[in-house]
Design a binder for this molecule. Structure first.
Ligand SMILES: CC(C)(COP(=O)(O)OP(=O)(O)OC[C@H]1O[C@@H](n2cnc3c(N)ncnc32)[C@H](O)[C@@H]1OP(=O)(O)O)[C@@H](O)C(=O)NCCC(=O)NCCS
Length: 264
């Protein structure tokens, strides 16, 4: 039984929500009238509002916009686009295809934002000496043969999205402790492993949203919001351009299981 006073759904009480208030002929999001939001704000500003509870200032608006644009698509081969295309190619509706794509978002694809932001936020709380904290983290992960989420990329040696996000974060005043920690870890990881494991877009978003004051538990949300338009475009293109159930993904496999045999 949860004894926390903030846990509102206690027996006999109405459960509470602070997101939207809906009455006949009236829709308010975080207290603001929907018509006014439609007239005065952009989509990414309202996303900031609904996630954080307050309106963004002009710097937060610009940073949020860039974060959401950064992950809109990364080609037809990441797990989410491939899954979306596979599901629609099998003769299923668009919503099922997009849901299939979203389900692939995990610790290795897109979902790394959550785990990475958790590491940054917990590490920054431990103290001021980011250099020692980063060394400790990298040695610990290396000893346990654990990958650090947010680092490494199959294609990019330097992720162009990270470069742009960090440039904007610097200009807009979001280059705080989390961002600095992200950079120190990148350097230590290269020194320890001898490999170039660049801070990828997930790691960059993790650092910037942490410096913007977002809870790491929202991490996957930023990637989902950003990538869904891309997945819809993949589903639509697959449906309208390709024949059903075409060969998708890597079909060049070799069987190495048991030789043909009979049940005794
Ligand atoms: C993104 C990723 C899957 C790309 O992998 P890849 O380029 O195909 O690299 P590999 O899986 O072949 O790994 C190559 C080596 O680098 C190491 N490595 C890769 N990413 C690492 C990381 N984040 N931390 C520590 N070591 C890492 C691997 O352990 C491997 O070491 P080994 O050669 O000693 O076995 C990988 O870097 C990763 O898992 N990163 C963490 C998850 C993440 O950030 N995902 C978001 C991607 S945008």
């Amino acid at each position: 039984m949860n004894a926390d006073k903030s846990f509102t759904a206690r027996r006999g009480e109405k459960w509470k929500t602070s997101i939207s208030d809906i009455k006949k002929g009236e829709i308010r999001v975080r207290g603001y009238d929907i018509a006014e939001l439609m007239e005065k704000l952009t989509f990414s500003q309202v996303i900031f509002l609904i996630l954080k509870g307050e309106l963004p200032n002009s710097k937060e608006s610009k940073m949020m916009e860039a974060i959401l644009v950064s992950s809109i698509d990364h080609g037809a081969t990441p797990p989410s686009s491939l899954a979306t295309r596979t599901v629609i190619s099998g003769g299923n509706p668009l919503n099922a295809a997009v849901a299939g794509g979203v389900l692939t978002i995990g610790d290795s694809h897109g979902g790394a934002i959550e785990q990475c932001a958790k590491i940054f936020q917990e590490t920054v709380k431990k103290g001021e000496d980011l250099d020692s904290l980063a060394s400790e983290l990298v040695s610990d992960c290396s000893a346990k043969k654990k990958r650090i989420p947010g680092y490494g990329h199959r294609l990019h040696e330097t992720d162009p999205r990270t470069v742009e996000l960090f440039k904007l974060a610097e200009e807009l005043g979001f280059s705080g402790k989390h961002l600095k920690l992200a950079q120190v870890i990148e350097k230590k990881l290269e020194e320890t492993s001898g490999k170039k494991l660049p801070l990828n877009v997930d790691g960059a978003i993790a650092a910037v949203v942490s410096d913007m004051g977002f809870d790491w538990k929202l991490g996957k949300g930023f990637f989902i919001i950003s990538r869904v338009p891309g997945l819809i475009a993949h589903a639509y293109e697959e449906l309208t351009r390709e024949k059903p159930m075409r060969k998708l993904g890597n079909t060049d496999f070799e069987y190495d299981g048991p030789k043909p045999r009979k049940i005794p």
